[in-house]
Design a protein around this ligand. Structure first.
Ligand code: ADE
Length: 225
């Protein structure tokens, strides 16, 4: 998979891809992540990529020309499955969307900044708009890092034990059951006996029951359909 991220702040997006699982996925050649500085596509001598709003109003707007130049260049080099815009008024990211996107070959992610992008960008280039939740960040960069992480860890071969993605919270609309490691007793706090029993049938049943109980308590909405 290849992810091209268009941003005015590429420095904000370097470190997430330089450590842990995302770095390993890149090193293994399972994903390529390319950062594009929108300023490099500015069409004026001051390297501006934003301008005042028509009609007045506070906040600058990202201009259509540099975004067109960057997206058009990328599209002339390969085909893209989606051109995604990170924005708080997009559809809210969930595990289902991450699963779908992990199957795509090439995607572009555009990070909004300032007040957002000129509506013509959304009308003519963007194929999907994604929010990471009902709150407003200073820009789309951290949201793009969140989306990329959620997608990349699901690409086959990225996690060393593929079942570990299959047992994540949300994967079956259920939250994960509690987990424990050594020691089996600490300050009198005991790990449930069943997990030490070696009876894997019973352990699976316990985990299923706990996952359901936890989901009912915390996120009953996940069980509604
Ligand atoms: N940009 C600013 N806030 C955002 C959010 N919540 N999700 C996606 N992009 C954003």
């Amino acid at each position: 998979m290849r992810i091209d991220i268009i941003t005015v702040l590429p420095e904000l997006l370097r470190s997430p891809f330089e450590a842990s699982i995302l770095k390993r996925a890149i090193d293994k050649g399972l994903v390529e992540v390319h950062l594009h500085n929108l300023r490099d596509y500015s069409t004026n001598k001051h390297k501006n990529v934003d301008d005042y709003q028509f009609g007045g109003g506070a906040g600058m707007v990202m201009m259509v020309e540099p975004i067109d130049a960057c997206i058009s260049k990328l599209k002339s080099e390969r085909e893209y499955d989606e051109v995604i815009y990170m924005t708080p008024d997009g559809e809210t990211l969930n595990q289902g969307i991450a699963n779908q996107m992990s199957l795509l070959k090439n995607i572009i992610i555009l990070c909004g900044h300032y007040k957002g992008v000129d509506q013509r960008v959304r009308d003519h280039f963007i194929t999907r708009e994604i929010s990471i939740g009902d709150f407003v960040l200073s820009g789309g960069e951290l949201a793009a890092a969140v989306l990329s992480d959620a997608i990349i860890r699901l690409i086959p071969g990225v996690l060393s034990n593929e079942t570990s993605a299959l047992t994540d919270s949300f994967q079956d609309n259920l939250l994960s059951p509690p987990i424990y490691t050594r020691p089996s007793e600490y300050k009198g706090w005991k790990v449930p006996d069943v997990l030490l029993s070696g009876n894997f049938g019973k352990i699976d049943q316990w985990r299923e029951d706990k996952a359901l109980e936890h989901t009912k308590n915390r996120r009953p909405d996940l069980l509604e359909d």
